[in-house]
Design a protein around this ligand. Structure first.
Ligand SMILES: Cc1ncc(COP(=O)(O)O)c(C=O)c1O
Length: 349
């Protein structure tokens, strides 16, 4: 057996899903494999959209399901962005946003996310200035943002939403849950802001990236997207059941979230002790850290030899950064040990 690689580069949740999810697989019968769902008979798109609607106190028809947040982001952009129209995206963000905009011949314009002493931050004034200048069709906001890990607070979100009412606002909250489970109030937001779509996923907090299921909440003007997104033969029935089991396993995930908060503190402290290294505070299951340019390649080799993978960036704004996924406590301990061993060997420490 080849030695296993520890993947800490793709923001997956290495704790794995709740035991109840494995139980779902053990107990799924013929209907979940061979039959389409009949949920539409009750006038809902899925048992899962129905459950999410109940949990968040919104009408079922304002909940969308998709093949991960990835799919819902693509649907939203493809539905509303036409050729030569503008979408605003953060300077430091997931490469995928630009890619889906260019699939439609759209123009991506960046607004700044700025590094502070301890963490990155949204710069609301700059965002609004860029919006006033470019009059975008869509504005994409990611909170917590990948790869910087910072969130947009509720007050700033409100300020942006109140001043950009002509645009469709896509709020990517794929990393919701790790910092707090009360980051915003979905019901109030989608009823006050009819052009808002809030996208979440079971991939990250719920450790179900492999089953590809994301969900979204829609403001009431976005009926075109609701129609565009309709799947007349239903959704993946096993994924729906797995997602429901995850929602039922609150304690299991709360415990993981707590461990990750502790381990992030250890990363901030331990990386901060190595000259030239710095970890930025993050609300997600990853942290962004500065690594001195001259040590990047050697660190990558060192970790590869130890069968550990973290994300090394080459993109503009991020040349001297790495992104570390918060793994299990054991994986985090080993990674910190290896980074310290590297720093000692190179006489950085
Ligand atoms: C910011 C952000 N949004 C969305 C996604 C995609 O999530 P999903 O697995 O639900 O497609 C990712 C994946 O890493 C991400 O970083």
């Amino acid at each position: 057996m080849p030695e296993e690689i520890t993947y800490l580069d793709r923001n997956e949740n290495n704790y794995g899903p709740a035991p109840a999810c494995y139980e779902v697989l053990r107990t799924s019968t013929l209907e979940y494999f061979s039959w389409y769902s009949k949920d539409f008979v009750r006038g809902v798109k899925s048992v899962l959209s129905e459950r999410l609607a109940k949990e968040f106190g919104v009408p079922e028809n304002s909940v969308l399901l998709g093949y991960g947040a990835e799919d819902l982001l693509k649907q939203a952009v493809h539905c509303y962005l036409a050729k030569d129209e503008t979408i605003l995206i953060p300077t430091h963000s997931w490469w995928y946003y630009k890619s889906i905009a260019s699939e439609k011949g759209g123009i991506s314009v960046e607004y700044p996310i700025v590094p502070g002493a301890d963490s990155f931050a949204y710069d609301v004034e700059s965002l609004l200035r860029v919006a006033a200048q470019h009059k975008p069709r869509l504005i994409l906001i990611s909170s917590p943002n990948n790869p910087t890990g910072n969130s947009l607070n509720f007050t700033d979100l409100g300020t942006i939403l109140r001043k950009t009412t002509n645009a469709v606002i896509v709020l990517d909250e794929a990393y919701w849950g790790f910092a707090s489970r009360q980051t915003n109030d979905i019901k109030d937001l989608i009823s006050e802001f009819p052009n808002l779509i809030i996208i979440r996923t079971f991939s990250k907090y719920y450790a179900l990236a492999g089953i590809r299921i994301g969900f979204a909440f829609l403001g009431k003007n976005l009926t075109l997207l609701s129609q565009y997104s309709a799947r007349y033969l239903g959704y993946n029935r096993l994924s729906e059941r797995l997602a429901l089991a995850a929602l039922d396993s609150r304690d299991y995930y709360t415990d993981i979230g707590r461990k990750m908060v502790q381990d992030k503190e250890t990363y901030y402290r331990e990386l901060g002790r190595i000259p030239g290294f710095k970890a930025y505070r993050s609300d997600a299951n990853f942290i962004l850290a500065d690594v001195p340019a001259q040590w990047k390649a050697a660190l990558k080799d060192h970790l590869a030899q130890k069968k550990m993978t973290i994300k090394f960036f080459n993109e503009a704004h991020l040349e001297n950064c790495v992104r570390i996924t918060i793994g299990t406590q054991e994986q985090n301990r080993r990674l910190i040990e290896e980074i310290r061993a590297f720093a000692t060997e190179k006489k950085i420490l």
